[in-house]
Write a protein that binds this ligand. Structure first.
Ligand code: 5GP
Length: 184
């Protein structure tokens, strides 16, 4: 795809595949003998979830949640609206939240509080990307794909104004293109 909005490639397709394989192996080892429930946070984590789940070899189920975080184009406010809630109860379940990216951490902080109140047996987070420099709340996902610098990124599920999710790599968005609302 030739597009001026697509800037420097930060994570190549083969690096994504290798890291997802490693995470799948690690999760399979950690959850051996347990029934895992993956919670995919839409829409950004959809490709990550699909690839990761195929690399997990313990029995697992998946449920989906969609949230929107109010804020400007690049900053979430921590005020989160649930657009789609889970289909089923998670009480007593071994929950692994699959996220695209942890930026300020405010969205994840809200999710952990909201889902934690539903009494899962355990709850951990697997995030494809994290921008540690941007963190506003103390919070470290148990599993992380890649730490990236403070850039707005697109591709492999991540959007800008709903576009570029289909890029097979993670790239920085050229700042000139950064005008509209941040995606979910
Ligand atoms: P936080 O609440 O941690 O600041 O933001 C979390 C959400 O903001 C992510 O789940 C994602 O939807 C969005 N977000 C944060 N940084 C980026 C980015 O660099 N690119 C894209 N496409 N979305 C981002």
């Amino acid at each position: 795809m030739r597009d001026d909005a697509v800037g420097e490639i930060l994570v190549q397709p083969d690096e994504l595949a290798r890291r997802v394989r490693e995470l799948g192996a690690q999760i399979s080892e950690d959850y051996a003998g347990r029934d895992l429930l993956l919670i995919c946070v839409l829409k950004g984590a959809m490709f990550f979830l699909a690839d990761l789940m195929r690399r997990i070899d313990v029995p697992c189920e998946v449920d989906f949640m969609a949230v929107a975080s109010y804020g400007s184009a690049t900053d979430s406010s921590g005020v989160v609206r649930i657009l789609k809630d889970l289909d089923a109860a998670i009480e007593g379940r071994e929950v692994l939240i699959v996220e695209d990216i942890v930026d300020s951490g405010l969205t994840l902080h809200y999710l952990l509080r909201n889902l934690g109140a539903r009494n899962p047996a355990s709850m951990e987070v697997c995030a494809l990307l994290t921008k540690p420099e941007r963190r506003k709340v103390e919070l470290e996902p148990r599993y992380v794909g890649f730490e990236i610098p403070n850039r707005f990124v697109i591709g492999y599920g991540l959007d800008h104004a709903e576009r570029y999710r289909n890029l097979p790599f993670v790239a920085a968005l050229n700042p000139a293109a950064l005008t509209a609302d941040k995606g979910d």
